[in-house]
Ligand binder design. Sequence first.
Ligand SMILES: NC(=O)c1ccc[n+]([C@@H]2O[C@H](COP(=O)([O-])OP(=O)(O)OC[C@H]3O[C@@H](n4cnc5c(N)ncnc54)[C@H](O)[C@@H]3O)[C@@H](O)[C@H]2O)c1
Ligand SMILES: [Zn+2]
Length: 257
Amino acid sequence: MHGTEGELSRAAERLRRASRVTVATGAGVSAASGVPTFRGAGGLWNDFRPEELATPEAFARDPRLVWEWYEWRRRRIAGCAPNRAHEVIAAWSRRYPRFTLVTQNVDGLHERAGTRNVVRFHGSIWELACWSGCPPGERWRDERELPEPPPRCVRCGGLARPGVVWFGEPIEAAVLRASLAALECDVFLVAGTSGVVYPAAGLADEARRRGAFTIEVNPEVTEATPRFDLALQGRAEDLFDRLEKELSSGSRLSSSQ
Ligand SMILES: NC(=O)c1ccc[n+]([C@@H]2O[C@H](COP(=O)([O-])OP(=O)(O)OC[C@H]3O[C@@H](n4cnc5c(N)ncnc54)[C@H](O)[C@@H]3O)[C@@H](O)[C@H]2O)c1
Ligand SMILES: [Zn+2]
């Protein structure tokens, strides 16, 4: 059985001894904040699959429809707050001498929790980019409600697109470099991702090959579960809280010795 006290202590022991820690998060970490995961998103958009909306082809076909979906998600996320998992990860980012968070989430909740050294693997829903011919790579932030989607490029007045990575699009070179550098670590902990979206899903395997102790946090058994050194079965908001308690009780013990 996973997520038992014994396994939790083993994970905490590894974390206690580590100085280089990388955490990789997916949509499940934001679930307790009220941000729907892609699987079982519910509501108005149940008739559409993300794979049919989050692609360059879908945007070329119907930019307004794609923007309406993003705007619906943006407004929903705007009303959400970081949960205990975001808070604990933020605390670790300040505590460990070398810490990186690689997140697939585009919601910005890790940043709002105060996490340092965040690598946004799939961009941000709060950024926009030009679709129409401005040099690639330039993005601007706009958190306001978009009155009349689709919004326009602030430079050329052409069509703007969400500043996220869509299915079939490459990961930015600088982001990939930062993620690869973060594979060199003592503990690589993956939380809340179904482990099916590549190349993000391959990071834990590569970190393990390079000598990291790998841990998975997920309420479900995923395709990737058997490949981790340790799998903690449960919700991120509960397990990070329990790990943090275990870690701080351990440090109290050692400081009183
Ligand atoms: N919050 C966001 O920014 C957001 C939301 C949906 C999708 N996305 C994007 O969609 C892609 C989907 O991939 P994905 O793997 O991140 O998400 P996913 O929707 O494919 O999988 C979510 C995973 O989270 C797990 N989960 C559910 N509740 C959890 C909890 N409380 N604690 C821990 N785990 C929990 C599920 O078992 C599942 O394995 C990502 O690339 C991401 O960019 C982002
Ligand atoms: Zn432009």
